[in-house]
Design a protein around this ligand. Structure first.
Ligand code: ADP
Ligand code: MG
Length: 435
């Protein structure tokens, strides 16, 4: 695989499937014309070019830097025009000075009961680097705005002229291994220990990676010792992240740990309105309300939906009304749920947990089978119209009381076991996002 493709593969992990399929998937990397500091991609039309230019070019450039170690300029060109007239219609995209997404600002972040604690914590840290809560640890489910908030603080620091490093664990690890390979550890340490602010996203991925934990620990000590602000995000509370050295785990809690919960309906509506404003999409109130009720908690879905609406209306020269919105979302959202059947749920759960679908439906009592079966039953109950007797029959259980007993058990687990809840949430998202 060429580096241009690899970069898109990494990007794929970080965005919604809808966004990926609609935009990124169509990009073709020009291996021949691209150079060490110039990456050329081709896109099929102007909409894709614009969308990528606005949303992903910085990110793509950043991933190139992580992968290759050098700064690149990313160019997105119209496929046909380049074929015919060489580079005439090339849209040049300059890499910004910061790797932070500039639209991830505090003013673009909608505050509600679900996120106000995290918001207040990040805001106060952004106004008083290194002095109030250090480190600040933000945790919560997928797509609830952790990266956005963290980068909002990053943008404030950046605008004050501070040296901000924003990185994911994966990128930190890549950088680290490359530095070992190239014998440039000194530069690596200099970079991470001399910055003013370090933002590390999705720290849960440090789990069970010993080598990098050691290096990371020393980075942390150096920065903290110098009073430099550190912010982490994760999908769970530090106590719940397994496979961490104890000294690291305890340090994660030294400052302040703040959680983000799924947004309430009003907050969802506010977020959609904000996204419309940013993306220059005009939607009436009833459409906004409709989208807010159709999407669950994962805010990331909203952007996918807006871009889809925007693209369709532009391509087909149609104004967006409620009927049109419902049609566009049909294959994706609630109607999609009606197509979700138990086979599909069991298949997805089995794949995720590395077991066979038939094992979930078997009478096997081993711990991981029981775990997978519980999750499957719960999701089937939530996402399909099947009755308890139907579930009992499908999962080979005695009768509906066995199912109702299982569901009670699962409800307790969801309340008591954060990991279990997150797993269910993650799998539910996966299942409902599958086209
Ligand atoms: P996470 O890092 O928690 O998975 P992100 O920060 O990537 O989530 O958020 C996903 C998307 O949702 C981003 O486009 C972000 O701007 C948006 N978003 C999430 N919460 C809010 C909010 N409260 N206000 C505005 N946008 C939000
Ligand atoms: Mg994130």
């Amino acid at each position: 695989m060429n580096i241009g493709k690899e970069v898109l593969e990494i990007l794929k992990e970080e965005i919604t499937e809808v966004e990926y399929k609609r935009y990124i998937q169509h990009l073709i990397y020009d291996v021949k014309k691209s150079t060490n500091d110039l990456a050329i991609y081709y896109a099929p039309n102007a909409i894709v070019i614009n969308w990528i230019k606005n949303k992903y070019s910085d990110k793509i450039a950043h991933l190139f830097e992580i992968k290759s170690g050098t700064k690149v300029t990313v160019q997105i060109a119209l496929k046909n025009s380049v074929d015919k007239r060489k580079t005439k219609k090339v849209v040049e995209v300059k890499q910004g000075s910061s790797l932070l997404n500039p639209s991830h600002s505090f003013s673009n972040f909608m505050v509600g009961g679900s996120n106000q604690f995290a918001y207040a914590a990040v805001k106060s840290v952004s106004e008083n680097a290194g002095n109030v809560y250090n480190p600040l640890f933000i945790y919560g489910g997928v797509g609830l705005g952790k990266t956005h908030l963290m980068q909002a603080a990053g943008n404030v620091y950046h605008n004050e002229g501070k040296v901000v490093i924003y990185t994911t664990v994966e990128q930190f690890l890549n950088d680290f291994t490359r530095s070992i390979r190239n014998n440039t550890m000194e530069r690596f340490r200099e970079k991470y220990r001399k910055c003013d602010v370090l933002l590390i996203d999705d720290i849960q991925f440090l789990s069970n990676k010993e080598g990098i934990q050691e290096e990371f620990f020393h980075t942390f000590e150096a920065l903290k010792g110098d009073g430099k602000q550190i912010i982490f995000t994760a999908d769970k509370h530090p106590k719940k992240i397994g496979g961490l050295e104890e000294r690291l785990q305890s340090r994660f809690e030294w400052g302040l740990v703040a959680d983000i919960q799924p947004p309430e309906l009003e907050t969802k509506i506010a977020i959609i309105e904000k996204k419309c404003e940013i993306n220059k999409v005009k939607l009436s109130k009833d459409i906004v309300n409709y989208i807010a009720t159709v999407i669950d908690s994962n805010v990331r879905e909203i952007e996918g939906i807006l871009s889809k609406l925007h693209a369709y209306s532009q391509l087909m020269h149609i104004d967006i009304d409620l009927e049109f919105t419902k049609n566009v979302l049909k294959d994706q959202m609630r109607e999609n749920r009606e197509n979700i059947d138990m086979d599909m749920i069991v298949k997805t759960v089995a794949k995720d947990l590395n077991i066979k679908p038939s094992e979930i439906k078997s009478k096997g009592r081993s711990k991981n089978l029981v775990y997978a079966r519980r999750i499957s039953i719960y999701i089937c109950r939530e996402l399909t119209q099947n009755t308890m007797p139907q579930l009992a029959q499908y999962f080979g259980m005695k009768d509906h009381t066995a199912i109702s007993h299982t569901i009670k058990k699962i409800n307790t687990l969801i309340e008591e076991d954060e990991d279990f809840r997150l797993k269910i949430e993650e799998l539910t998202n996966k299942i409902t996002a599958t086209p």
